[in-house]
Each structure stands twice: as C-alpha cells, then as structure tokens.
Design a protein around this ligand. Sequence first.
Ligand code: HEM
Length: 461
Amino acid sequence: ELDRIPHPPRRLPLLGDVLGVDRRTPLQDSVRLARGLGPIFRRKAFGNEFVFVWGARLVADIADESRFAKHVGLGVANLRPVAGDGLFTAYNHEPNWQLAHDVLAPGFSREAMEGYHSMMLAVAGRLTDHWDRELAAGHTVDVPGDMTKLTLETIARTGFGHDFGSFERSRPHPFVTAMVGTLTYAQRLNSVPSPLAPLMLRDATRRNAADIAHLNRTVDDLVRARRESGRGDGDLLDRMLETAHPETGERLSPQNVRRQVITFLVAGHETTSGALSFALHYLSRHPEIAARARAEVDRVWGDTPAPAYDQVAKLRYVRRVLDESLRLWPTAPAFAREARKDTVLGGEHPMRRGAWALVLTPMLHRDPEVWGADAEQFDPDRFDAKAVRGRAPHTFKPFGTGARACIGRQFALHEATLVLGLLLRRYDLRADPGYRLRVTERLTLMPDGLRLRLGRRTAPA
Ligand code: HEM
C-alpha cells in the first residue's frame, strides 16, 4: 500500500532517509521534502516509516471523524512518561480522557473566560512594566523570552492561582528550563533508533529524569498549597480537585491531577508564546499592517487603560494578524491521525485499521490550491470574513481537529489578541534590519533570537 507514496530518492540501508537531515529541525526538513514530493509522502528513519499528508483534499478526508481519530504517536507518545493519561497525551480509549474532558471543559466556557480576563490584563501589565524599563534603559527586548514569561504567568495565575515570578527573574524559571529540557528530549527520541536510545542518549536520559522529577515536585507543591489554603476561586485546579463528573460522579485521581496540571502548564503557554512571537515579528516587518492594526485598537478601545472582555473580540484585524501568523507558523506544527477501521484515504490510499499519518500543518497552510500562488506572503486579509466564507473547511488547522482538538483555543486567542492590542497601542515595534527569521523546534516552533527595538507612542495612554 505504501508503494504509491513518494519518498526521498536516496535511501540508506538501515538508516533510511537521514541524508541531509538536521536532528534539530525535523519539522522544517519535512516541509522542505514536502515541496518536492507532493501532497502525500513518506520518510523512513531507522526502520520506521512515517507517512505525511498536507494536500488540502487529503487533509479534509483525514479530518473525517467517522473514519479517523487522533493518533498518539512520535512526539506526543514520547511525552507519556511525564504527562501520562493527561488530556493531551491520553489514548482515545483511556477512560480518564472523557472524564477529564467533561470535568474541565466548563473551565473554557465564555463565562470562565470572562473571569480570567482581569487576571490576563494584570499579567500583561507586568510585561509592559518590564518593557517600559527596557525601553528607558535603551535596551532591545527578547521577544520569545518575554512572551514565554507572559504566557506562563497567565496560565499559572488563571488556572492555578500560582505566581512563578518570571518577570522578577533574569533567567527563566527552573520549571521552564525543566519543561524545555523535556520537550527537547521528547523530540530527540525520534532521531535515534529506539533500541539504541538508552545508550546514545544516556546522559540526556538522566537529565530528563531529573527534569521530570522537577516538574512533578513543582506541581505537587502547588497542589499541596491549594489543599492547605482551602478553595481557590473556581479555577482549573479547583475543578480538578473538587468537581465530580456531572453524570457518573467520578473524580480525577491525585495521580491524574498531577498529569493534568503539568499538561496545562506546558500546553497552555509554549504554543501561545510562539504565536505571539511570530505575530510581533511580522508586525515589525510590515509597518503598514501594524499601523492598520493600531488604528483599530485606538478606535475600538479609545484611551481606556483597561479594555473590557468584550472589547477584545472586537479587534477583528488584530485577530487576523494572529491567524495569519498561525497560518505561516502553526506553533504546534503537526498532528497525527489513525484509521478507526480499514479505509481508503482520499479514494486512493488504502489504510488498515490503526495505520496512521501525520498532518503537516505548515504545508497545508501553504497549499497553493487553497491559498494561491502568493501563499508565502504575510497577508492578514486572507482572514477577512468574505475570504473565510469562500474557503473550503479543514484548510486552516492550527488547533488540530475533531474531538481531540485544542481545548484552550479560545483562551489562547483571547490572551494573544489582548496582548497584541496592548503592545500595539503602547509601542512602536522596530525590527533589527539584520535579523533573518530562524525557527527553533522543540516539538513546538519559536522564532530564534528575535529582538525588537521599542519606541514609545505618546498618545493615547
Ligand atoms: C490540543 C494547538 C493553546 C491546551 C492541541 C492540539 C493542537 C493545539 C494542534 C491537538 C494536538 C493533537 O491532535 O495531537 C495549540 C496552539 C495554541 C494552543 C497552536 C496556541 C496558539 C493552548 C492553551 C491550552 C491548551 C492556551 C490550555 C490553556 C490543550 C490541551 C490539548 C490541546 C489540554 C489536548 C486536548 C485533548 O486531546 O482533549 N492544542 N494549543 N492549548 N491543547 Fe492546545
């Protein structure tokens, strides 16, 4: 069945398609290969064959929930030692997925989001205080570093009533260092033959065990503090600890709570930080787009120091800037789908039950049949209402698809739109003319070494 699927021309015995491959950038290597090999292709590494799909027609088919479902494989499966049957890494059949999904979903309702808004605003205020100081000192700002501080503090505060004190530290919080270590390790596991991993990655494996221990300790402290202090204010942690399933009355076990807290702290900040960073990069490179976005913020927000919840969704153009950034650089750049039964993908490629393929989102988002010959260009107008109506479904998938799509989508979009609005209103963003976009990978994507020079806008507040 695989015979009809193209693969790179020069294959090595045992090693497979490893020529010209950089272990640090597996995703960008796949994107490069995709351009040459077309809408479906395969890569082989150490005896394992992976199928990638990105053509819009095939992706729409693999999004069909009656025939396909999420597959927990590769990078996601490598996170099982730390996140276990937490929401993101659970197998579809694990009972704790449905239980946690039902218990936690109300934590992402509109009412819940309204409740988070003032906390998000307060955390954003710490970012602008920090940036004001950098500006006054004549420094440039470290965009990915500061966006990571912002998004970590936001999820910690809104979800768990916790403060990591990121803005008061000159180095990343040890939790972040441990998390980055674990993500990087999970990605590296894919780049060595699995029987040899214990040998080749011996030191890394030891460090990873220490990282996981650190993550667990941080979370256990956080949970203990909550139990001792009594109830929070109905945040995610309260839900995890107190809420019984509406129908079965079942509760999350202490072990599962630990996994969910880690899952939310990691899934809830790394990708949003990347999305904000790419958006700021493009805004700094396109002053005319930044001016249009800023004019919208001034119009919709006036000079209110604290925009209300409803005023965020009204920033339609700012939101398009974000969507367009997520189109070019979807910061969770792939998701895997498996056949629920024997089926034929796209009417052409037979798949047995359990067979799986990776959807390569950055290429789906650049398919010229959907996005046109200028698909590489940054243009937020691709997301104006008329353009969106004219586009086929399943062509824009930064948050995955189906039952296992991102539970935090509205949370991320609200937070990121709010922060972009605040930053546009307050600063001029000046690109370093010497900077060329480089993207680092640790399962998620991030612009590497991006620094901006700020100018202070005088009006309004
Ligand atoms: C799942 C992307 C923000 C929590 C996913 C998936 C994607 C994704 C692609 C599906 C993965 C798969 O199919 O294997 C993103 C992006 C974000 C973002 C691009 C920001 C721009 C967030 C936030 C939270 C969150 C803010 C939490 C507050 C989760 C969880 C899952 C998930 C728990 C697993 C859901 C399940 O399987 O039931 N995300 N995410 N994400 N995301 Fe997000």
